[in-house]
Design a protein. Structure first.
Length: 137
């Protein structure tokens, strides 16, 4: 019984260390819940770096493991929030440095972010036309 209490406290402590939000950028429940503490720390670090306009972090985000399905939709929603926060023009400056493969991945993240995020009747074409052009050239 004593060991069970210790394990419960340890697990509770580990889960309470994960972040659901970084400087106003919300990490969706499915992505958050299915991440290890290490994965969550890496994602929160990438979000912070992207907010500081680090193009290397954007490169890493495009290839970040999201667990498939709804977790990837949540990562797409994170990505749309980042573009809104940074602004399309500054985000384009970072996205220009991506490989063609990473641009395709970023386009996919943004598409599912709009489709499954909190946005109604919005999409990458209407919200970020210049970024969409860069990603689909």
């Amino acid at each position: 019984m004593k060991n069970a209490i210790i394990y419960f406290i340890l697990i509770f402590t580990l889960f309470s260390c994960k972040q659901k939000e970084v400087d106003g950028i919300e990490i969706g429940q499915t992505l958050y819940a299915n991440q290890s503490l290490e994965q969550n720390r890496k994602l929160t670090e990438l979000i912070s770096q992207i907010l500081n306009k680090d193009s290397n972090a954007l490169s890493e985000l495009t290839e970040f493991w999201c667990g498939g399905g709804a977790g990837c939709y949540d990562l797409g929603f994170v990505t749309t929030q980042l573009v809104y926060r940074i602004g399309e023009n500054d985000f384009i400056k970072m996205a220009e440095k991506l490989t063609e493969k990473q641009k395709i991945l970023l386009s996919g993240l943004l598409s599912v972010g709009f489709e499954y995020g909190y946005y109604t009747e919005k999409n990458i074409v209407t919200e970020f036309p210049k970024l969409n052009k860069l990603l689909t050239e």
